[in-house]
Design a binder for this molecule. Structure first.
Ligand code: ADP
Ligand code: MG
Length: 278
């Protein structure tokens, strides 16, 4: 059986590339790029709450980082570094091998570097802190929407919830639809490239990990942009190879969501996003 230190050395240690000091010391050391703002985010995936026992470890490695990259994307940040705190019930090398493969494949695709973490024994839980950078003044903040802005959605929402319902036996999808929806659930593609291209184009942005109205786990971006930026938003979507759809408009007044059907008639909606304590 591997010791904690052997486990870290074998599965979670890669040579530092952009960090001044990576895994191995009490702290990692970073040289913040001159003039840029740091964007920091943290997300946890825990067994039973965020993934089912027996979830594919390669896909879990991917998703653990993807959910954090999605937050960087929703801020318009460039991914740089991340820290990984992992609790494991046992040392299962086949599981670790697959988890690390999924994690590092996505990390390499986005040029984000693992610089440290913590490894403990306990119920399977993965917490990642991701760090990105941004030019000052360009963050896509949630509070930046202006009356008159268009509201846009990247990709499409709902597939992940269908995949989960299928896995739980609540619905039966065709084999082809099941594979597609389960891949959306277990291996979401964080919209990093879109977030980067929306800097200076969009006003406000948020990732819809907990559902646009219901469902959840989609990791799409909802963002606003001034009506005279429609062509620029569409160009950003094309450049990032992600569909972007105009779904609404920001009105002046107290914040409230008004949902209209195709004919423009109001639809009643309950707040349906996921809340851990309700
Ligand atoms: P400390 O006792 O100082 O907290 P640890 O023994 O927890 O140190 O970790 C030793 C080194 O390994 C540290 O540099 C830490 O950042 C790194 N590390 C521990 N676990 C992980 C992990 N899962 N992924 C990446 N680095 C890790
Ligand atoms: Mg530690």
């Amino acid at each position: 059986m591997l010791s904690e230190f052997e486990l870290i050395a074998k599965y979670f240690t890669r040579p530092a590339r952009t960090a001044a000091l990576g895994v191995g010391d009490d702290c990692a050391l970073l040289r913040p790029p001159a003039g840029l703002v740091l964007a920091l985010t943290i997300d946890t995936l825990s067994e039973n709450t965020h993934f089912l026992p027996g979830a594919d470890p390669r896909r879990l490695g991917h998703k653990s980082l993807a959910v954090n990259l999605s937050d960087l994307a929703a801020m318009g940040a460039d991914p740089r570094w991340f820290l990984l705190a992992i609790a494991l019930p046992d040392v299962d090398e086949a599981w670790l091998e697959a988890f690390a493969a999924g994690l590092f494949a996505l990390a390499e695709a986005h040029a984000i570097e693992l610089i440290g973490g913590d490894t403990t024994r306990g119920p399977r839980t993965i917490t990642i802190t991701a760090i990105g950078t941004l030019p000052p003044g360009y963050a896509l903040r949630r509070d930046a929407a202006q009356a008159g802005d268009d509201v846009w959605l990247s990709g499409a929402t709902g597939s992940a919830a269908l995949g989960l319902a299928h896995l739980k036996g609540k619905i039966a999808l065709t084999a082809e639809a099941a594979a597609r929806c389960i891949a959306r659930l277990e291996q979401p593609a964080p919209r990093v490239a879109l977030g980067q291209r929306l800097r200076g184009v969009a006003a406000a942005a948020i990732d819809v990990s907990d559902g646009l109205l219901a469902g959840g786990d989609d990791y799409e971006l909802v963002f606003t942009a001034a009506a005279d930026r429609r062509a620029a938003v569409e160009a950003a979507g094309r450049a990032a190879n992600v569909a972007v759809t105009r779904i609404g408009r920001i009105l002046a007044g107290a914040p409230e969501v008004r949902l209209l059907d195709r004919a423009g008639k109001p639809l009643r909606v309950e707040p349906l996003g996921f809340d851990h304590f309700r």
